[in-house]
Design a protein around this ligand. Structure first.
Ligand code: ADP
Length: 274
């Protein structure tokens, strides 16, 4: 069963159709166990991706503040070979970044063959926060959906496997998480008055997310809505989607490795034979 909701091209997305509290009928123990099994499989597939060196993987994580982007990364990378993984967090653009087109800074961080890149926030901020706060005029941001589609198509055509996740929590859950940060010493470093201010724009963010998910989901670079009120379920849903997307590549990667191995062996034998 697919726990994350894959958005089909042509769907007009309404986030109210998804339950952020969903748990797939599992309890925490069973869900955590399954997330762990899938995590192990992710690790194996990721090793093959690295060794075969024919494809790259780009995972985009978006979600309202406190939706769990950091926790999702921690879960996934707990199973990965860190040698081939990179996490890029996209913050408020620097003056240099702003002096370029909005894709300039993200393109520089696109994964090379054999690599995995996880984007913690991404080029989608340029149609999310930028749209909500009108940081550029509408005629500018409204063209960006098409730019994003074209850019992602370029990556796909260069053997990049793309998955984009919107971590969906509700407003009450966000409040609980923000208040927790005040209570727990180990979470206090994340406290920010900005998060409470952004909360006032909740509905406008949802609208901006709906537009991004509606305009920018494709067969090859799909968006997934992930019920994320329950952290263990969020981890399960994301890991499952990634593994299901990578599984069909397994046999091709193995074949490639066998061919490389056979060639190297033949060369070695020829060398030994003098
Ligand atoms: P995070 O919330 O991701 O842990 P920060 O608290 O540093 O990290 O927040 C990063 C901030 O950068 C967010 O408020 C986000 O909206 C903002 N940001 C990211 N990309 C852009 C962009 N292209 N334009 C404006 N703001 C951006």
């Amino acid at each position: 069963m697919a726990y994350a909701h894959r958005i089909k091209p042509g769907t007009k997305v309404s986030l109210a159709d998804f339950d952020p509290d969903a748990d797939g009928g599992l309890d925490k123990e069973a869900g955590t166990r399954r997330a762990d099994e899938l995590g192990q499989e992710f690790g194996e597939l990721e090793d093959l991706l690295f060794e075969a060196g024919t494809h790259s993987l780009l995972i985009v994580l978006q979600g309202i503040d406190t939706s769990g982007k950091d926790g999702t990364i921690r879960h996934l990378l707990g199973y990965a070979n860190v040698q081939s993984c990179r996490v890029n967090s996209f913050k408020v653009p620097t003056p240099e970044e702003l002096a370029h087109d909005f894709l300039w800074r993200v393109h520089a961080k696109a994964p090379g063959r054999g690599e995995i890149a996880i984007f913690n926030r991404s080029h989608y901020e340029d149609v999310l926060v930028v749209r909500v706060h009108e940081l550029v005029p509408e005629p500018v941001w409204s063209k960006r959906y098409a730019h994003i589609d074209a850019w992602e198509r370029l990556l796909v055509d260069s053997n990049t496997i793309i998955l984009k996740f919107m971590l969906l929590i509700d407003k009450d859950e966000q409040e609980r998480r923000l208040l927790d940060r005040e209570k727990e010493v180990q979470k206090a470093w994340k406290l920010s008055v900005g998060d409470w201010k952004e909360r006032e724009f909740w509905d406008r963010y949802l609208e901006a997310y709906e537009a991004a998910l509606t305009h920018c989901t494709t067969e090859d670079a799909p968006w997934y809505v992930v019920p994320a009120n329950k952290k263990w379920f969020r981890n399960l849903a994301v890991t499952e989607a990634v593994v299901e997307r990578l599984r069909p590549y397994r046999s091709g990667w193995l074949e490639r490795l066998e061919a490389v191995g056979a060639k190297a062996k033949a060369e070695l034998e020829a060398y030994r034979a003098g």
